[in-house]
Design a protein around this ligand. Structure first.
Ligand code: MSP
Length: 517
């Protein structure tokens, strides 16, 4: 039985339509999920929408419509976005599902049974935008005396009857966890921030609200709904069948990776493990806080008018081009910036002119000059073995880097294999060999077909549709897609009589859309 691998994205607030930041997270998680599937893991990939809380209530009120209706509509757009981006999720959790109520209430009861929940009264700052409580010391004064959270979002003074979770009790266990398992929070910088925050002291957390009713009811406490982050975090358990002890999906717990943005690391690396410790549930193995995506270096916001619908970018550039750009251009873990020019430049240089061109010129040459038949062994030269070696190293480098979540670095390493092929093709000049030394031409083309297959397999998690087309063009069937190693592949396909058809270009050159120029 393959080893399980459970990866999750954050679940997004469906208070508006998805933007490129949401798309970025989904794409990164998808590439990791596909990579782990290739590596033979039994992958479970979960995403969804976080539909409760005051932010949703206020968004619905502003639009003058019922909150459930807003959630239904917007959640649908998030699902559509996943489809448009070719996101291979196994489960899309909506926190308004009955199964999620059951999971959240079961977790609540487990924490209550531990004696970690008690009723009291909350008095303090609350940011609806962040759905977060802040202490006096954290709140700063903005323009016109407006009180702001450290994230720069408005906070309001809130006084309310509520249940509390004994977070303070978990201060030392959390610090022990971070020290014992440095991979629990990644990258390092985020772990340092969280450690400092926890070292500064934890106060108990208000975990229920009484001033509105859009949430999961607290068991046995009329008028209380759970604080939205309590139910939101529980989604990771809902999707694997909690609290049913014998649900088949329980094999996926503990999660291998919660992939989230840097703004919500505190919730995942402090509150979530504390809740789980309280409920005696094993902890996830890792929380990775990726950076923020900016537009031309600026924060995206409705008021600046630079919020772009990810589906418009897919329409303009194609899904694989967008995926490639985001994973290649942004150093994973850090903030990154995008613009139409940057997408066009990167994709044309690396996909269209380098990998695409390599495949295109090799395969069309074979189609034209060998009637598509696989080149024979021909006369080998040292350069052939060296090229294959370089390509194998580049593909293995991508895989090692992806295993460490160094996505951009992995693609950069892969590109070295592509460049090596292009140098090889120029140096060997098969078009000249056609007349002077056809045996040598065969060996060169054969080497290139093998190299193209390896490079396409390695890059499948990043550009699944386009890489699969290249693999189809060289007759590599799905079952062959996982291993880089040839293992007699070439000879099998050659013997099968497969012919390379005149290939349609898989990585078209992009033009800058007129409105972006
Ligand atoms: N609902 C919470 C998460 C609950 S998880 C149990 C939430 N939702 S969100 O819609 O605001 O954000 C969803 C994810 O998108 C988060 O991981 C967030 O960091 C990420 N991003 C939101 N804007 C982003 C960018 N501009 N760039 C990259 N990621 C960003 O937080």
């Amino acid at each position: 039985m393959a080893e399980p691998y459970y990866i999750t994205t954050a679940i997004s607030y469906p208070n508006g339509r998805p933007h490129i930041g949401h798309a970025y997270e989904a794409i990164a998680a998808d590439a990791i999920a596909r990579f782990q599937r290739q590596a033979g893991r039994d992958v479970r990939f979960q995403t969804g929408t976080d539909e409760h809380g005051l932010k949703m209530v206020q968004a619905a009120r502003a639009e003058g419509r019922p909150v459930a209706q807003l959630a239904d509509e917007m959640s649908g757009y998030f699902r559509d976005m996943c489809d448009a981006l070719n996101i291979s999720y196994d489960r899309f959790v909506r926190t308004t599902e009955p199964a999620h109520y059951r999971a959240s209430q079961a977790l609540w009861e487990a924490m209550a049974a531990k004696g970690d929940l008690y009723p009291s009264r909350y008095e303090g700052w609350y940011s609806v935008r962040d759905e977060a409580f802040y202490t006096d010391a954290e709140v700063v004064e903005g323009e016109g005396g407006i009180k702001l959270s450290p994230q720069g979002t408005p906070v309001e003074w809130t006084v309310e009857e509520s249940w509390f979770f004994r977070l303070s009790k978990y201060q030392q266990p959390l610090l022990d966890l971070y020290a014992r398992d440095p991979d629990f929070i990644r990258p390092d910088g985020r772990r340092n921030e969280v450690t400092r925050f926890v070292e500064g002291g934890l106060t108990d957390l208000s975990v229920s609200r009484t001033s509105f009713d859009w949430g999961v009811p607290v068991p046995g406490a009329d008028g209380h709904v759970m604080y939205v982050w309590v139910d939101a975090l529980t989604n990771y358990l809902t999707g694997i069948g909690y609290p049913d002890a014998d649900a088949a999906e329980r094999r996926y717990w503990p999660a291998d990776l919660h992939l989230i943005g840097k703004d919500i690391v505190r919730f995942h690396a402090v509150y979530w493990p504390a809740f789980l410790m309280s409920a005696d549930i094993p902890l996830p193995k890792s929380v990775f806080g990726h950076g923020f995506l900016l537009h031309r270096g600026e924060k995206m916001s409705k008021s600046i008018g630079n919020v772009v619908d990810p589906q418009a970018l897919v329409a303009a550039f194609g899904v694989d081009a967008l995926r490639y750009f985001l994973l290649r251009d942004v150093s994973f873990g850090q903030d990154g910036s995008y613009s139409a020019e940057a997408i066009v430049t990167r994709v044309n240089a690396e996909l269209a002119n380098s990998f695409g061109n390599l495949a295109q010129r090799t395969l069309s040459f074979i189609a034209k000059n060998l009637e598509g038949a696989f080149p024979s062994v021909g006369t080998a030269a040292e350069a052939d073995g060296m090229l294959i070696e370089e390509v194998v190293v580049a593909c293995a480098g991508l895989r090692a880097a992806f295993g460490d979540l160094a996505l951009s670095q992995g693609i950069e390493t892969w590109m070295r294999g592509v460049f090596a092929c292009n140098q090889y093709i120029d140096a060997q000049a098969p078009w000249a060999l056609r007349k002077t030394n056809p045996d040598r031409m065969h060996a060169v083309l054969r080497t290139l077909v093998r190299a193209i297959r390896m490079l396409a397999i390695a890059i499948l998690p990043v550009v699944p549709t386009a890489a699969a087309k290249v693999l189809d063009q060289v007759g590599a069937e799905e079952r062959d897609h996982a291993a880089i190693d040839d293992d007699g592949w070439y000879e099998r396909v050659a013997a099968s009589g497969f012919r390379i058809a005149p290939p349609a270009p898989v990585f078209p050159r992009l033009e800058l859309p007129p409105e972006a120029a």
